[in-house]
Design a protein around this ligand. Structure first.
Ligand SMILES: [Zn+2]
Length: 279
């Protein structure tokens, strides 16, 4: 596996390069991966946070490879993914592509795509075909992009390497997330290219593992409620996430709410004045 080095252009395959943005953190892992796809004409997937040195690194990588940046694709509009689209568009005149946010609060306020994509929209260039797969769950406007030529899926934040994806309602939705994972099983996949972390092999095993992991946690939610009786989120979080370090509980609380939202839709729990109980 190639190392994730901030600002350096790493050649991953004849069609794919990667530059990791210098924004490491608890939510971003080593930093946001920007993927550069193509030969003479490039699609940039997830331009990343609005950091001038990161935008400059992308522009320089294209100049070094004598390539033209034609498309800027955003998997979603969280602040570590799409804000650099604006400056990159100004520098290159490329088309910005993505799905606008349904709930733009606390997302990228400058996101203004030239093309609003839906499921199945695609780029057909001389060297590659990239197709959008709508994968709501982490964010309602989340798109993965499938590169036919190498059977690689650019997963954005739908699947990350080395950390669990945050599902934060109301824009995040656990039921959608699991359905989006199920949907990926139909693709012929060789590798996953996440926005955070390294390339991932054995995609189908990973996808199945993620589904099972969430369903296991769902069981823990139901078991936890059995123990506590009607309980609010603050009471339930340490019970359901007793295997997760305390400092991560504020994030886990979002995931718990997402699990409860799914269970509510499934008719297995109900809520009364902030107290959740099994039906
Ligand atoms: Zn995100």
């Amino acid at each position: 596996m190639s190392k994730l080095v901030h600002g350096e252009t790493i050649v991953l395959s004849p069609l794919i390069r990667r530059i990791t943005a210098p924004n490491p953190g608890i939510m971003t892992g080593p930093g946001t991966n920007t993927y550069l796809v193509g030969k003479g004409e490039w699609a940039v997937i997830d331009p990343g946070p609005a950091l001038p040195q990161h935008v400059a690194a992308i522009v320089q990588a294209a100049a070094d490879a004598h390539a033209t940046i034609r498309w800027i694709l955003c998997t979603h509009t969280h602040m570590d993914h799409s804000p650099a689209a604006k400056a990159l568009r100004e520098a290159t005149d490329a088309l910005v592509i993505g799905m606008p946010a349904a709930t733009p609060q606390s997302q990228d306020p400058d996101f203004a795509p030239d093309q609003c994509w839906q499921e199945g929209d695609y780029i057909n260039s001389d060297d590659f075909v990239l197709t959008a797969v709508h994968t709501p769950g982490h964010a309602s406007n989340h798109l993965c992009f499938y590169l036919e030529q190498e059977r690689i899926l650019f997963t954005g934040d739908h699947i990350m390497e080395g950390s669990t994806v945050v599902i934060a309602p109301p824009d995040g939705d656990m039921k959608d997330y699991l359905e989006s994972l199920e949907k990926l099983k139909a693709l012929d996949l060789h590798l996953l290219a996440p926005a955070h972390g390294n390339l991932m092999e054995h995609p189908q095993g990973i996808i199945e593992g993620l589904i099972q992991h969430r369903l296991m946690r769902e069981c823990k939610v139901l078991e936890g409620m059995q123990k506590t009786g009607p309980a609010d989120l603050d009471t339930l979080t340490p019970v359901v996430y007793d295997d997760v370090p305390d400092y991560l509980h504020p994030i886990a609380r979002y995931s718990l709410l997402a699990h409860l939202g799914k269970l509510l839709k499934d008719g297995r729990v109900c809520e009364d004045n902030g107290a959740w109980r099994r039906t």
